[in-house]
Design a protein around this ligand. Structure first.
Ligand SMILES: *Cc1c(COP(=O)(O)O)cnc(C)c1O
Length: 429
């Protein structure tokens, strides 16, 4: 029996290597891939038998852990009603209730919701909204975006055009990508005195080019996949002021930071600001289904809707999918009903205590912790495949990239499980 199962696993992995693309993968030289049998709570169980403590929450998503009875129930209940209907001309309670909930918990002036099927699409929609807004106002010159380096906003074309130009591989697609304005990313650490000189590049670019700039797009407080960088709330607050001063919209991409990850429900709250447009995704469904949303102010909604062509030009096939709406609603409710904020402070405290001491290690460039995010930045890039294998042997699932070993575990993780993750991070040095 065991032999047969092993055989099947190996055949499966071989087929996978030859036929299936993974994120940023090669079909000729694929890195090893581990086959998962099941996932429950903070554990991912591999088909080969190892039970791993999950440090990634499946890329920021599974905030309540896996196979959660409340979320399972929400999907099951919705399944009995309907799994999907088109959103053109039809609506339903899960979408209405989710929109109400999102509008209630996000910064006050965000009053409209566009449901998308992934984070990248939420960014596309945000950019389209900004463009249509200025066109509707009769301003034909505001067609560019301004963003900060080291950002990540997704893999579709408009989103890619505002990702970090180096990490984002702009040279591969340069003939297709629109050229936007990039300024240096802020150097200020979240907990350090903020430095006004970080703002100078943005101020100068706006001063010179504001008549061409439709919006600033950035990840508030934490830049995720572009480098796991953390910056001062004052930088964000100042960016908001500049947007008002120069009549430019502010798009906050909260796809990674939203739903408590940084210690506030949304990272914009660290700076007490309200963006004009906000993108949500990732943790929205608690990691169950692909679902995202783009929220905007009443004014943006009204202006787009009253000028030619009088409609917002976007409409995905699976828009407002009822299963995804129902599980999002349940996930957000579960979060709000929990003592998530105290919980995240505890995780933050534990990560500060366990990770900060390695700041003086010869291989370590920097250590950063905010909310339920812990990052060790090394001087050199890691060998992902061999490090991954070591982590699996140590019983943890941590996936480093470039020179970054980082964790963002499910919020339900217990102190001894988190210790296993941080111990593994330290051991890997
Ligand atoms: C992951 C991410 C995206 C893209 O979301 P997908 O669901 O992968 O398309 C966009 N912006 C940020 C900040 C992200 O972290």
């Amino acid at each position: 029996m065991k032999d047969k199962a092993n055989h099947q696993l190996n055949d499966g992995l071989k087929y996978d290597r030859q036929h299936i693309w993974h994120p940023y993968s090669s079909l000729v030289n694929p890195l090893p891939c581990y086959s998962v049998e099941k996932a429950e709570g903070v554990y991912i169980t591999l088909e080969s038998g190892e039970k791993l403590v999950d440090g990634m929450a499946s890329w920021w998503c599974a905030i309540h852990g896996y196979n959660h009875p409340v979320l399972n129930q929400a999907i099951n209940d919705q399944l009995q009603q309907m799994s999907h209907v088109m959103f053109g001309g039809l609506t339903h309670q899960p979408a209405i209730q989710l929109a109400e909930q999102l509008i209630r918990i996000t910064p006050e002036s965000l009053q409209t919701v566009f449901f998308c099927d992934s984070g990248s699409v939420a960014v596309e929609v945000a950019i389209k909204m900004a463009m249509q807004y200025w066109q509707a106002k009769g301003d034909k010159t505001k067609t560019k975006l301004l963003t900060i380096k080291n950002g990540y906003h997704g893999d579709t074309f408009a989103a890619m055009s505002v990702c970090d130009p180096v990490n984002g591989m702009h040279h591969l697609f340069s003939s297709l990508l629109p050229k936007h304005f990039f300024v240096e990313s802020p150097n200020c650490q979240n907990n350090q005195q903020w430095c006004l000189q970080d703002m100078q590049a943005m101020t100068a670019t706006l001063e010179q080019h504001h008549h061409e700039i439709a919006a600033i797009i950035l990840e508030p407080i934490v830049q995720g996949a572009g480098g796991m960088r953390i910056y001062a709330p004052d930088y964000l607050a100042h960016a908001r002021k500049l947007c008002d001063q120069y009549d430019v919209l502010l798009i906050a991409d909260e796809i990674a930071t939203g739903f408590g990850r940084t210690g506030q429900l949304f990272a914009c709250e660290h700076a007490n600001i309200c963006p004009d447009i906000m993108c949500l995704g990732k943790a929205m469904t608690g990691g169950y289904l692909s679902m995202a949303a783009t929220l905007a102010t009443e004014k943006i909604g009204r202006i787009i809707s009253t000028a030619d062509p009088g409609v917002f030009m976007h409409g995905p096939t699976f828009m407002g999918n009822p299963l995804a709406c129902a599980v999002s609603l349940a996930s957000i409710q579960l979060l709000l009903d929990s003592s998530w904020q105290q919980n995240i402070i505890k995780l933050e405290q534990q990560m500060i205590e366990s990770l900060m001491p390695c700041q003086n290690h010869s291989k370590v460039k920097d250590v950063r912790v905010l909310g339920a995010i812990g990052v060790i930045e090394l001087n050199d890039d890691v060998d992902v495949a061999s490090l991954q294998q070591k982590f699996v042997k140590m019983g943890v699932w941590i996936r480093p990239f470039r020179n970054l070993i980082y964790i963002m575990p499910p919020y339900i993780i217990k102190p001894e499980q988190l210790k296993k993750l941080t111990d593994a991070m330290l051991a890997s040095l």
